[in-house]
Design a protein around this ligand. Structure first.
Ligand SMILES: [Fe+2]
Length: 278
């Protein structure tokens, strides 16, 4: 088997040091000979200067080439890291979508919540980077429900108090599941607080007002909207006018009123947000 020889694209530091040493020796030798034998022209100054300039020029070009290659390697590494992160998120997202697919009432929930939350974030003037964070948080927001018994998750009817206690653990459980993905710091904040209420009566921390991260306040509206706009085992999707009226009622207590106002305008501007296909 022929072994592929991998060439280092950069010139080594040892080689650079040797070049500097040669330049130094040439210069030293020339200065020494001028001092020692002022009338003898052993090697003409022009030749020494020429050689030194060529060597310096060569070193400079190599240095520039190395710097350019280093930048290219860095860019490739950043790209590879992005692809790796994307792959990790996609793997987890597949888990969620598989989990949702088992329940006809929850099918497509994460995708719809993500779509609403991202559109709302854009409408509020958030940057593309912040919208991307919200998109990732939206897809992963209910990951903490993985592991909760299907008897509770798919219960045909309203949950009792003990079952609610289990359900309310899902934001914290999500943080535990996502713990190894350290690059999702902001997404984890949003996921952890997407069930907080603006009046402080939500969970898991009971944070209120602007203590709740903006992304989580946006997610909360998208999540609430999708819950009302989707069919449940015990009811049909609520009529549009009822949903709008419920959003207005929740404004200022459960939901951030400023964001609700923007969301209501957005629903008129983008009627596709009412669509239920996941
Ligand atoms: Fe949730």
């Amino acid at each position: 088997m022929i072994k592929e020889q991998k060439r280092n694209p950069f010139i080594s530091n040892t080689f650079k040091l040797w070049m500097v040493a040669v330049i130094f020796l040439l210069t030293f030798f020339q200065l020494y000979s001028i001092n020692r034998y002022p009338h003898a022209d052993i090697v003409s100054d022009e030749i020494v200067l020429g050689v030194v300039l060529i060597l310096l020029g060569y070193l400079w070009i190599q240095e520039l080439r190395d710097r350019y290659r280093l930048q290219a390697v860095n860019m490739a590494l950043i790209k590879a890291q992005g692809q790796l992160e994307r792959a990790e998120i996609d793997t987890i997202a597949t888990l969620i979508l598989t989990e949702e697919a088992k329940d006809p009432y929850m099918r497509g929930h994460s995708k719809r919540v993500t779509r609403c939350a991202v559109e709302l974030a854009r409408e509020l003037g958030l940057s593309e980077k912040e919208c991307k964070t919200i998109e990732r948080a939206g897809i992963l927001h209910d990951i903490g429900k993985i592991g909760i018994s299907d008897l509770i998750l798919h219960k045909p009817g309203r949950l009792n108090e003990e079952e609610w206690v289990v359900i309310k653990k899902h934001p914290r459980r999500a943080i535990e599941i996502l713990e190894p993905l350290r690059f999702l710091t902001k997404e984890k904040e949003i996921i952890c607080h997407h069930h907080e209420r603006f009046d402080g009566k939500g969970y898991p921390d009971g944070s209120k007002g602007e203590e709740i991260p903006l992304g989580a306040r946006i997610m909360s509206i998208a999540d609430t909207f999708d819950a009302m706009n989707s069919e449940r085992s015990y009811r049909k999707p609520l009529p549009e006018e009822v949903i709008i009226s419920e959003l207005k009622n929740a404004s200022g207590n459960q939901l951030d009123s400023r964001i609700v106002t923007t969301f209501l305008k957005l629903l008129t501007k983008k009627p596709s947000l009412w669509e239920r296909e996941g």
